[in-house]
Ligand binder design. Sequence first.
Ligand SMILES: Cc1ncc(COP(=O)(O)O)c(C=O)c1O
Length: 389
Amino acid sequence: MIYLDNNATTQLDRRVAEIMLEVWQSGPLNASSQHAAGRSARNRLDDAISQLGQLLGADVDSPGGDALTLTSGGTEANNLAICGIGDTALPLVVSAIEHPSVLQCAGNQAAGGRIVRVLPVDSNGVVVLDAAAELIARAMPRPSLVSVMAANNETGVIQPIEQLAAICNDAGVPLHVDATQSVGKLPVDFRKLGIAALTATAHKFHGPAGIGLLVVRSGIAVRPLLHGGEQQLGKRPGTEAVPLAVALALALRLAIESRDASSALMNACRDHLETTLRGEFPEIVIHGNGVPRLPGTSCISFPHAERQTMLMALDVAGICCSSGSACASGSSQPSHVLTAMGAPSPLVDTALRFGFSRLSTLQDSHQATVAISRCYGRLGQKKAVEKSP
Ligand SMILES: Cc1ncc(COP(=O)(O)O)c(C=O)c1O
């Protein structure tokens, strides 16, 4: 099997699995308990949070500094940001290509009466900055929160977060960034970016599923989603999963340490796949390939093969890829991302996503390219036969 669905989730790094097991086996771990075992759990938890802050460029160690809240993953962190930051009586601004954990949360708020404005993207899938300036800086009433992802999960297209942060800061509006796809793959410096909040999740960079985080800049209040405990300053009550927090910190450190080499490898794998397929099938469309993308992510429309049929044919051939965002896969919902980019429906209906990771090899890319080429060649031909009189 060749696994090319690394934007959905990644293989757990062996070293991360080992540390998790070690912490789990070290004894009972409730960081709120007032005895020696509790203090030991607290030390490990505080150490993990401090490391995460340093790795992300957030100041979580100073009193009154940035707040890092551990969550169950990116979905919860996004919900916490959208529902918990800013006055919900004032408008919310999100981009059209956000993950469903942002868009559906925004939709829920719209159903409750909040004004939600949507930032358009251009044909490459990049948020249009002029529209952003219009909706953020010049809109009245001013929005109380803007949420834009750092890089898109379907196309890998990187968003102009620095420019958006400048627009938001000039207008005095907090910017939340869902950096779920980019953390561990692109450099992140929370303080330098000047953003209000950032979401990340461990399973996108070879950590375990079930843990993520929301960093919030010092001075910005967050209303909790959950109630019933004082853990994490009441912002996310519930006994903290110390082994998962330690694993998250190690996974992020490993990802950052190997980032340059991993990016080069992932890009080489992607470039081989895209260049070879394009050479063989000039009609394929590679979405967002004219603008900066995440290393190793490729979203390709194969105009002569419906995406679900192609996905299944590739699965039979031992290639794991995706026909949309992980949460939408299995369903036949057309991609809201490609639709927002203005892609015509024949391209939306035939798009597949391939994602390499630092554990991928050039051999994987080569074998996958051969398999994709065979499947598409066969399905494309079949369609031509079916269509012939
Ligand atoms: C951009 C983006 N945001 C949020 C999420 C949700 O993260 P999690 O699976 O940790 O809840 C994902 C997962 O696919 C994602 O790609």
